[in-house]
Write a protein that binds this ligand. Structure first.
Ligand code: DC
Length: 220
């Protein structure tokens, strides 16, 4: 059984995905991590992913061989462990960029379907309920206001960095939203049959309770 969770950056979908996976005894597939690793791997191979236009022939050639192993919360791409490198701001920007390249999306979608085949899995990302698993048993779509998402990110950052700037973070979040919503292939959007979840005002336990109820109703 596949459950999809799509939504905006910082909307709380990762924490909810983890909580729901634990509650149901499902595995978790973090597809953002796959885009992050692909962005880093292409750059490691010497590709300028920000070139205009990008060298799509070379990118297609490289990603054709990409195989992922996402077991145990790690992100392994062709046997190389990218897990530690995935949280840098550069990795997020690279993921958003390579997510606009058709050969990257095609390869990663195929890998996501291969990894999830025959499993009880919660698949989290931007296009899981719309493009990758349109027949998923249950779909959720997460939103939260830009202000709330910027404040969450700010609170995370001030722990390590005194120069965190709330207005700048809000600006970056709005830009990432725009990129994800307007890319021509598989843009971020709610599937018609997805349950909308707005986490602006709800703590995680309230969100999780709601999700468990929706899953319970679908399972009958
Ligand atoms: O969930 P995240 O912040 O790790 O995702 C980083 C970027 O990867 C996101 O801005 C767009 C891209 N992405 C995607 O295009 N499709 C997905 N299923 C997951 C992520």
């Amino acid at each position: 059984m596949i459950i999809t969770i799509d939504g905006y950056a910082g909307s709380g979908k990762s924490s909810a995905a983890r909580g729901l996976a634990d509650a149901l005894g499902f595995e978790l597939l973090n597809t953002g991590a796959m885009y992050r690793a692909a962005g880093l791997a292409l750059q490691d191979a010497g590709v300028n992913i920000y070139a205009d236009p990008p060298d799509l022939a070379r990118i297609a050639e490289l990603v054709a061989d990409y195989t992922f192993d996402m077991a145990g919360g790690k992100t392994m791409l062709n046997g190389v462990d990218y897990t530690e490198r995935l949280t840098s701001p550069g990795a997020g920007a690279a993921a958003s960029k390579v997510g606009t390249f058709p050969p990257v999306r095609e390869r990663l979608k195929a890998e996501q379907r291969r990894i999830a085949a025959g499993r009880n899995m919660i698949c989290e990302g931007r296009d899981q309920g719309t493009a990758v698993f349109p027949d998923a048993a249950v779909k959720f779509f997460f939103t939260a206001s830009v202000e709330v998402r910027a404040k969450r990110r700010y609170d995370q950052l001030v722990k390590d960095r005194a120069d965190a700037d709330l207005a700048k973070i809000a600006e970056q979040i709005a830009l990432r939203d725009h990129q994800d919503e307007t890319r021509p292939i598989d843009p971020l959007k709610k599937a018609d049959d997805a349950e909308p979840i707005d986490t602006s005002n709800d703590p995680l336990d309230v969100t999780l309770e709601r999700m468990r109820k929706v899953v319970g109703e679908c399972r009958g």
